[in-house]
Every structure is written in C-alpha cells, then in structure tokens.
Design a protein around this ligand. Sequence first.
Ligand SMILES: Nc1ncnc2c1ncn2[C@@H]1O[C@H](COP(=O)(O)OP(=O)(O)O)[C@@H](O)[C@H]1O
Ligand SMILES: [Mg+2]
Length: 232
Amino acid sequence: MRDEAIVELLGVWKIYHMGRRGRITVEALRGVDLAVRRGEFLAVMGPSGSGKSTLLHLMGCLDRPTEGKVLFEGTDVSTMRSAALARIRNRRVGFVFQSFNLSPNLTALGNVELPMVFAGVPRRERLARARELLSRVGLRERERHLPAELSGGEQQRVAIARALANFPDLLLADEPTGNLDSETGHGVLSLLSETNVEGVTVVVVTHDPEVATAAKRRLRIRDGHIVEASDA
Ligand SMILES: Nc1ncnc2c1ncn2[C@@H]1O[C@H](COP(=O)(O)OP(=O)(O)O)[C@@H](O)[C@H]1O
Ligand SMILES: [Mg+2]
C-alpha cells in the first residue's frame, strides 16, 4: 500500500508532571490526530512551547503518549517497553536536532559509525558506510575532526549523516537550521530535500520559511492542538 501511514497518532495526549509530587501538569499535546504518509516531506510550525518537539519525540519513539495511540509502521508503540522502542529508533528513525547533539569525544567518522555500532554492523561495513555518508554531505576530508573542530553547518551535516547511517524510513529534524546562518542552513535544507527525494519520509519542525516552503505539506500547532493543515 503506497498510501500507508509510516506513523499515525490517534487521540494523542502528552501530559508532563512537574513540581513537588508532580502536582503541576503541562498538557503539551491535547488530542492530536495525525497520519504521516510514506514519502512525505512535512513541516511542522508553531510558537515556542506549542508542543512541536513533544510531537516529534512521540513520532520517533523517543517517548510514549499519556493517552491515545501511536502506530509506527502499523504497530502500536504507545505501550511498548523502552528496549523495544530503542530498537525501533535505532533501526527505523533518524534524528537531527537544533543543537546537533554530536558526541564531543568522537570524530566525525566515529559519530556517523555510532548508530551502526549499536545495530551490530561489522566494522568494515560500518567504516565504508560512514565514509560514503560523509562524502555525501561533503565532509569526507573532515572525518578525523572532532565536533569542536567543525563549524556549526559542518556539525549539522555530520548529524544528518549519522541520522542516515542505518537507512531509516523516517528522518525527524527539530529546528535543524535554527542555529545556522541562512547560507549554511540552505545546504542543510538541500540535504533534507535530497534525502526525501531518495524515498525517506522527512518531518521537520521549523521557524524557517525557506524550510517550510520546501516541504510538501505544512501543519501548524498551537497549545497542543493541530490548528491548520495546508497542502502545497
Ligand atoms: N520534559 C518535560 N517536562 C515538563 N514539561 C515539558 C517537558 N518537555 C516539554 N515540556 C512542556 O511542554 C510544552 C511543549 O513543549 P515542547 O514540545 O518542547 O514545545 P516546542 O517544541 O513547540 O517549543 C511546553 O510548555 C514545555 O514547557
Ligand atoms: Mg521544540
């Protein structure tokens, strides 16, 4: 089925408990219904604190909903145990964050290899795949550099290479150009678009109009609700 959803949220609530004895509650998502179709390039926009990152974390099996269901490739993951969720994340999902989140003590090559280490990929294969990915993002000659020895744009390209290491079905990016100047951000956006053209489903949280325009579908979140979904 080509129109099958890769990830689907059904009546999803996420409530965080804070403060003494968890008495303060924050309703980060309030009844979200959303289907992301295979091959989509979806942009999620909305003000700070509206629930965008929470939504992305649930889509990527980083967290579970308080109420409702999350179906990942047709499987209900909303009540799965942490180890099972971690396995799905490692094999099926790639994450790219605003602040890059690279391991500071690993080289660019080591960072791209890391998800493959967790997946048990043999060393030779890992090295070949990591080098191929670094070439793709234009950083083959930087493979021995540590994150601190790379520019912001270079670090984000390493993060994208890392996210693609295990051939994910779904690439999730949380404000990936938020810390980059516009020209560098443009390069990162091109990589996301190419990745989508190659068949990976891409969901990107963004404030960047250029990123939103490049996406094939846009939706807006406000106070934990999806308030508008428009097709390009
Ligand atoms: N781990 C957490 N514990 C408590 N509150 C949280 C947590 N993560 C997010 N929140 C709260 O949930 C709401 C939505 O947060 P978030 O999804 O990060 O929004 P956005 O990414 O749109 O800025 C905010 O009010 C935020 O403070
Ligand atoms: Mg956020």
